[in-house]
Design a protein around this ligand. Structure first.
Ligand code: UFG
Length: 337
């Protein structure tokens, strides 16, 4: 089976390419490297021994995308391509709506033209509304989202659901990720934020490696065990394996399924700082700062549906996530540059 990964050179896409290849799937990558690097393709070859066919295209460009489908019999698509910075999306919402929604519409129209009926979409736990109660279950209410990035995920979920309703042969799996962190055990691929990281673990990694002086802990007055925010961190390798499980599942499935990919466990900011410090052997200086706008106290998954439908659960611990993040960060202090 041949699987097209849009955004396949990105953080989650590249780790998924490794897992799909090791499960015996053929992988084709479409990426314009807007937030990734061509070096990833070489690194993937080192890890897997395979040179994945690469199309350096914007997925919104239908003519370019049609060429991918003309040259390959694509059985399923995993759609990772998209802008993903929460803060940036607040500053340039039109660019987020244009990019994330255009790429999805172009992709789905081209899939339709070529009779490709199998789509797996990178969604996010960010779609759960403020009224949803913990742990988040897939049948809970969604929205309102706190930022345009989150809305693009929710709108795209709706677009895909409507299409699957109209085409009874269509299979859609909407994967709601919790907080992916860590890196491949080889240290050859990992997360490489363009600027100063917004997310906790990449930020801590830069403090540990010495390129940033200290971490700002956004709030220590939340109603949580130590007052800091709690999230469901998931090792990117476990997350990638969740995609392989979703591809296996989708072969014999029609209609839309929404599935959380998380561990079901919550970790606080201060617990993560402690675990990272232990994994890296480095001191992680931090200062308590005001709460970050839009943040919630706690977020973690109910992971039972993934087990029931996909037979998938996470294996790796927070210590594993920190060890592998540090392995990547220390071997690649400047990312892919
Ligand atoms: N945090 C800090 N200091 C930092 C960065 C983060 O204290 O410098 C705290 C946050 O306040 C929060 C926790 O660390 O409590 C995690 O923050 P992240 O920015 O790493 O992750 P978020 O949960 O805010 O957001 C992530 C993704 C989104 C996605 C969301 C889904 O970045 O894309 O999870 O729940 F939508």
């Amino acid at each position: 089976m041949k699987i097209l990964l849009t955004g396949g050179a990105g953080y989650i896409g590249s780790h998924t390419a490794v897992e799909l290849a090791s499960a015996g799937y053929e992988v084709v990558i479409a990426d314009n490297f807007s937030n990734s690097s061509p070096v990833v393709i070489d690194r993937l070859e080192t890890i897997t021994g395979k040179r994945f066919p690469l199309y350096e295209i914007n997925v919104a460009d239908k003519a370019a995308l049609e060429k991918v489908f003309e040259e390959n019999k694509i059985d399923a698509v995993i759609h990772f391509a998209g802008f993903k910075s929460v803060g940036e999306s607040v500053k340039v919402p039109l660019s987020y709506y244009r990019n994330n929604i255009d790429t999805t519409l172009s992709l789905m129209e081209v899939m339709d033209k070529f009779g490709c009926k199998n789509l797996i979409f990178s969604s996010s736990a960010t779609v759960y509304g403020k009224r949803a109660s913990l742990p988040y279950r897939e049948d809970m209410e969604t929205g309102p989202c706190t930022n345009p990035y989150g809305w693009t995920k929710l709108f795209i979920e709706q677009i895909i659901t409507d299409h699957a309703k109209a085409d009874p042969d269509f299979s859609a799996v909407l994967l709601r990720y919790f907080n992916p962190v860590g890196a491949h055990e080889s240290g050859l691929i990992g997360e490489d934020p363009k600027d100063i990281p917004n997310n906790l673990v990449p930020y801590i990694a830069r403090v540990a490696v010495g390129t940033l002086p200290y971490l700002s802990v956004f709030g220590n007055d939340y109603p949580t065990k130590d007052g800091t925010g709690i999230r469901d961190y998931i090792h990117v390798t476990d997350l990638a394996k969740g995609h392989t499980a979703a591809v296996n599942f989708a072969k014999n499935h029609k209609g839309t399924e929404i599935i959380n990919l998380g561990t079901g466990n919550g970790t606080s900011v201060l617990e993560m700082v402690k675990a990272y410090s232990a994994a890296s052997g480095k001191d992680i200086p931090y200062k308590i700062a005001p709460r970050r706008e839009g943040d919630i106290a706690e977020c973690y998954a109910d992971a039972t549906k993934a087990m029931e439908l996909l037979g998938w659960k996470t294996d790796l611990s927070v210590d594993d996530m920190c060890r592998d993040s540090w392995n990547w960060q220390s071997k690649n202090p400047n990312g892919y540059k």
